[in-house]
Design a binder for this molecule. Structure first.
Ligand code: IFM
Length: 471
């Protein structure tokens, strides 16, 4: 890889000294090695091996084969000049049964990863749960069961004990909204349920598990830097008929306020609780106090504004495909996803850097106790081929330029952002989309597993080195 830009280079958008630049991945999306080293199964193994759940029947069995290519991948990270690497731990690799006997071989993989990062001057940023719940726990009711909350805290304590001395930056959950609602309300993700009450229960139990895990980890070590990763998104009306304001407020409550209110104010939003009614029976006295433990930082995964239209009242359109209510939001039945905008990524996601800035500023204003922020994910899917050894993904560079400019503007507006992680380091297993959606800075050929840094990887190396966007 070329040496890129020097830190002396003139930049148009500079970030504060000490700003941390990284890239992120998740265990099931890259590791592979599904059968290796004593790893237990997870709900994503079961889901992806169920016919019809994932595009083309793709699975994470091999993925990027990161489990077997650790040294090559560490060298790649160093070559990219990454200052930090955010990864998740496969719970079932270290605790095949979810609790009880530790799988030393699995744990050793993460020891090697952490040591390998530190040897290259890269700060590890661990996520404990990125959706791959051990199947053994799903058999006990998964996060629908309060028992799992305690097993998660035990698992967190184990990781703090084993890795916390060298990797103190630990997030409990990644995007608990997705695991709750995509996994349990609309069935698009593992474990594939369609049950609103289960979804709300899982939303709550993840937060409770977070709070217990924070205590359990702090009991192991008092020098950890603990956080959680949320995926907030502005809910907006677009198109005709307009989405009713009360539905947008409810969506905002479920996607955004539920998490931030609980974590930072110790209360769930009253309007959301009222809307949920008996769906929220899992919330017991004392839970909110446990959830609202002080945090060292909060991770935000930001991609796009959520755009909705109202349902078309024309009876002829009532059952038409584009007129379906948003199933993954319990009790929201009067809106549908807005038509895909002209300006979108391969995921069909709108490109909304102004919304990104507005969202950050809003969180800063609405939550006086918002801890320092890391943008733990941001990125885009584009399918650009490798031609003569080059993957010229100019659309990704354009996208990132706009989002990083918006991020810097939000910081000028007062938001305390300490770092930014590009999603993702590699093209990888994009959940129900299989390997169709390519988010990586590094292209992966899923036949040969050859890694090819894209143009954006070279560009990002320059951003990191210059601590800002090249002028
Ligand atoms: O790939 C996912 C990741 O696992 C969680 N955040 C969003 C990414 C893109 O969909």
């Amino acid at each position: 890889m070329s040496q890129g830009h020097s830190s002396e280079r003139t930049t148009t958008v500079r970030f504060p000294e000490g700003f941390l630049w990284g890239a992120a991945t998740a265990a099931y999306q890259i590791e592979g090695g599904a059968e290796d080293g004593g790893r237990g199964r997870s709900v994503w193994d079961d889901f992806s091996h169920t016919e019809g759940k994932v595009a083309h029947g793709h699975t994470g069995d091999i993925a990027c084969d990161h489990y077997h290519r650790l040294d090559e991948d560490l060298a790649l990270m160093a070559d990219l000049g990454l200052q930090s690497y955010r990864f998740s731990i496969s719970w079932s690799r270290v605790l095949p049964g979810g609790f009880g006997e530790v799988n030393r071989e699995g744990l050793d993989f993460y020891h090697r990863l952490v040591d390998g990062l530190l040897a290259r001057g890269i700060v590890p940023n661990i996520t404990l749960f990125h959706w791959d719940l051990p199947s053994a726990l799903e058999e006990h009711g998964g996060f629908r069961s309060r028992d799992t909350v305690h097993w998660f805290a035990d698992y967190a304590a184990l990781i703090a004990r084993e890795l916390g001395d060298r990797a103190p930056m630990i997030a409990t959950f990644n995007e608990p909204w997705c695991y709750a609602y995509l996994g349990h309300a609309d069935g698009h993700h593992a474990p594939g349920l369609r049950d609103d009450k289960a979804a709300v229960t899982v939303a709550h139990h993840q937060l409770l598990a977070h709070g217990l895990a924070v205590d359990a980890m702090r009991a192991e070590r008092n020098d950890l830097s603990l956080g959680i990763v949320i995926n907030p998104s502005l809910a907006r009306s677009e198109g005709e008929p307009p989405a009713p304001a009360d539905a947008l407020r409810r969506i905002d409550g479920i996607q955004n306020r539920w998490w931030f209110d609980a974590l930072l104010t110790g209360q769930y939003p009253a309007d959301v609780m009222e809307g949920f009614g008996a769906l929220a029976d899992a919330v017991l006295p004392g839970d909110l106090e446990q959830i609202a433990r002080p945090l060292d930082w909060i991770g935000l995964n930001c991609y796009f504004d959520s755009l909705f239209s109202g349902l078309d009242p024309d009876p002829a359109q009532a059952g038409a495909p584009g007129n379906q209510p948003v199933l993954s939001f319990p009790t929201v039945r009067s809106v549908r996803p807005a038509p895909v905008r002209a300006e979108h990524t391969d995921m069909g996601w709108p490109i909304t850097p102004d919304g990104f800035r507005e969202l950050l500023v809003r969180l800063h204003h609405d939550y006086p106790d918002l801890p320092p922020v890391y943008v733990t994910e941001n990125g885009c899917a584009y399918d650009d081929p490798v031609v003569d050894g080059v993957c010229d993904d100019q659309r990704r560079i354009a996208f990132l330029t706009r989002y990083l400019t918006a991020l810097r503007a939000a910081m000028d507006d007062g938001v305390d952002v300490r770092g930014y992680y590009q999603w993702s380091l590699f093209d990888n297993f994009e959940w129900a989309f299989g390997y169709d959606q390519r988010f990586g800075l590094v292209h992966v050929d899923f036949d040969t597993l050859t890694r090819t840094p894209k143009a954006s990887a070279h560009w990002y190396r320059g951003v990191v080195a210059a601590n800002g966007l090249p002028g």
